[in-house]
Design a protein around this ligand. Sequence first.
Ligand code: ADP
Ligand code: ZN
Length: 221
Amino acid sequence: MVIILLGPPGVGKGTQGALLVEAFGWERIATGDLLRSARRDGSELGSKAQSYMDAGNLVPDELIVALVRDHLQKLASDQGVIFDGFPRTLAQAEALDGVLADVGRKVDAVVLLEAPADVLVKRLSGRWSCPQCQEVYNIHFDPPVTEGICDECGARLTQRKDDLPDTVRHRLGVYRDQTRPLVEHYEEASAPVIRIEGDRKLEHVSRAIRRSLVKQLGVGA
Ligand code: ADP
Ligand code: ZN
């Protein structure tokens, strides 16, 4: 199974991707996470990606496609894969189609998660996380007991540079212009596009996703 989780920043792709990994034993390939870990490791890819990411712009397609190709090559050919945050441009989608065709695979379905822009801005600009234990908070919905301090380990919380309000709005514009049009690409390629309302409790969203995958693709849960 090859599934793409498509949707704007802040809609909950990361959370839902992790839940699908648990439910179906798939491997999640999240390019944003891979890039952040490349930055932490101080690798060449990480330093090339840094300025694009901090400004809320897309990292160049060549870098991303090479990263994904490397990752896919390490997986068994029957390993289910869920892509989170990739592809984000038409060029990436076409490159992915090619990489998959080389190994006799294709995109089986696209899960399109959506939510209103004001909800996304609030979720992202309120997001703070713990650099020590990775716990994530939201100052609007799920604040820590003591402002700015991790409940779990007492470390000082930090905010991703690209979660500053102006950068969040910029990222949503980049999504609308460059990534949302992929829905038409997949509809034309006749991969089923499963639309899911993301502005609900996360358990409801995840149940809706699992149900539609079981119904449309017959994957066993
Ligand atoms: P979000 O979905 O919340 O924007 P991600 O963690 O997926 O967060 O991505 C963070 C940043 O990493 C993006 O704004 C972009 O700079 C870079 N990035 C991640 N995936 C891609 C991709 N497929 N193509 C280009 N840039 C990417
Ligand atoms: Zn912590």
